[in-house]
Write a protein that binds this ligand. Structure first.
Ligand SMILES: Nc1nc2c(ncn2[C@@H]2O[C@H](COP(=O)(O)OP(=O)(O)OP(=O)(O)O)[C@@H](O)[C@H]2O)c(=O)[nH]1
Ligand SMILES: *[C@@H]1O[C@H](CO)[C@@H](O)[C@H](O)[C@H]1NC(C)=O
Ligand SMILES: *[C@@H]1O[C@H](CO)[C@@H](O)[C@H](O)[C@H]1NC(C)=O
Ligand SMILES: *[C@@H]1O[C@H](CO)[C@@H](O)[C@H](O)[C@H]1NC(C)=O
Ligand SMILES: [Mg+2]
Length: 389
């Protein structure tokens, strides 16, 4: 155990104080110690902020009740086994900073959940220092193992290149990009295996340049835990059909040979209009996700991903992590394990979810409630709502 946390309280000259101040002083010290000791058993580190608090207590011979209150605010402890996950490039720095700043201001300054940033190459010193200044929550910076990122050798590059060209002619977004495909495959099958994420169960995915419009005064991770939720989202929409030509055939093949993984009260109604014969392209927009990594680590999802991977569709087509995650969540989970975070105001260009009514006013949301993707014909909110009828 780290002896840094054993705090010699200093030598406050209590004799110099009047009795009232003396009592406050003692109370302060006792509460301070109690706080530190209660944090002792935290198994994952908040070394920075703990050391800080310890130092502040040590630095003061006298702790007023208001300072004490502020310690409790600083310390409002994260309770869930959870982390932010941010995949990004060094060149994304501007958008990374604005995204983290909003999450910190609107939510995490009260909760201090850790951040894990991942990159397919090492983060630069400049990047790390620009990001670290935004929070005193623990932050770690990881490099993705090559085999979790690059196009596998067994993929026929000639075939993959042809399909990239064909999809480019079809006008499909990111059709010509291999790195985009690496990203989609990594988010589908690998991020939750990264050593920096293995210690955690829940994650909240963040992307560069997103907007968080509202205050969040409760802990969505604890919400997930308390109500046994596995996958949470804010925006739904259909996928471009041309990116997943053979995905649904593969899904059907999997379900036929592994019917045991299909949940009884599943959300098939969200992703199919005809009882599973065809895919209606609806998916949760995965640039926002609050979810349970143990689901992606489960036997059902691992086998599912292995079959998808074996087809090469991440490279021969352009399978996205959004339909892959959404289909798995719709089939292998019961629908009450899914959660629509209607109260989280969120924008990833060019779409946004702006909360309504009380959620909007209580959250001090900086968005127009009339501007809400749910209300557009492109949203799959209709399919979502109908599965709960
Ligand atoms: N390290 C790294 N991160 C990447 C790479 N490509 C994409 N990302 C990250 O993966 C996430 C998704 O990529 P985006 O480019 O935002 O993809 P998108 O959200 O579908 O599309 P737009 O945001 O509209 O460009 C973001 O967090 C990116 O920073 C890459 O080659 N390397
Ligand atoms: C505590 O005091 C030391 C030495 O004076 C100083 O370096 C440090 O920044 C102070 N820490 C806090 C949290 O105030
Ligand atoms: C957090 O969750 C992960 C994944 O389920 C688990 O391995 C780890 O032991 C958990 N940590 C704590 C402190 O419960
Ligand atoms: C969540 O699951 C646990 C364990 O299965 C159960 O005891 C609890 O009642 C469930 N909570 C809710 C809100 O469904
Ligand atoms: Mg994006």
């Amino acid at each position: 155990m780290n002896t840094k946390f054993v705090v010699p309280i200093g030598k406050p000259s209590f004799t110099m104080m009047n009795p009232k101040r003396y009592i406050w002083g003692v109370l302060g010290v006792v509460f301070g110690l109690h706080y530190i000791l209660s944090m002792w058993h935290e198994s994952y580190g908040r070394t920075t902020s703990l050391t800080n608090i310890a130092q502040r207590i040590q630095n003061q011979t006298f702790i007023s009740s208001s300072t004490l209150e502020s310690y409790y605010q600083i310390s409002s402890p994260r309770k869930a086994n959870a982390t932010f996950v941010f995949l990004c490039r060094n060149s994304d720095i501007k958008g990374v900073v604005t995204s983290i700043q909003q999450i910190e201001d609107r939510f995490n300054k009260k909760f201090k959940y850790p951040w894990v940033l991942l990159n397919d190459e090492p983060f630069t010193e400049d990047f790390v220092s620009r990001v670290k200044v935004l929070t005193d929550a623990p932050m770690s910076f990881g490099v993705i193992p090559r085999e979790h990122w690059v196009q596998p050798d067994w993929i026929d590059e000639q075939q993959a290149a042809q399909s990239r060209m064909r999809m480019t002619w079809q006008g499909i977004i990111y059709a010509g990009s291999v790195s985009y495909r690496n990203m989609c495959r990594f988010n589908s099958g690998f991020f939750f295996k990264h050593e920096l994420l293995l210690p955690y169960k829940y994650y909240w995915r963040i992307e560069p340049d997103v907007k968080y419009f509202c205050d969040l005064d409760y802990d969505p991770f604890m919400y997930m835990q308390t109500f046994n939720k596995t996958y949470g989202f804010t925006i739904t929409m259909p996928e471009f059909a041309g990116t997943i030509t053979t995905l649904w055939d593969t899904v059907k093949e999997f379900v036929e040979s592994n019917p045991q993984y299909v949940a009884e009260d599943n959300a098939l109604g969200f992703i199919s209009e005809d009882g599973g014969n065809t895919y209606n392209l609806c998916h949760y927009w995965s640039n926002f996700e609050i979810a349970d990594m143990d689901f992606w680590r489960s036997e059902a999802y691992s086998k599912f991903f292995d079959l998808l991977e074996s087809k090469g569709g991440f490279y021969y087509e352009r399978w996205g992590d959004a339909p892959v995650h959404s289909i798995a969540a719709s089939l292998f989970l019961s629908k009450d394990q899914l959660h629509f975070f209607r109260d989280i105001g969120y924008r990833h260009e060019p779409n946004q979810h702006c909360p309504q009514g009380e959620d909007w006013s209580k959250g001090r949301c900086a968005c127009d409630p009339k501007e809400n993707f749910d209300f557009t014909g492109d949203s799959c909110t209709r399919q979502w709502d109908r599965i709960f009828l």
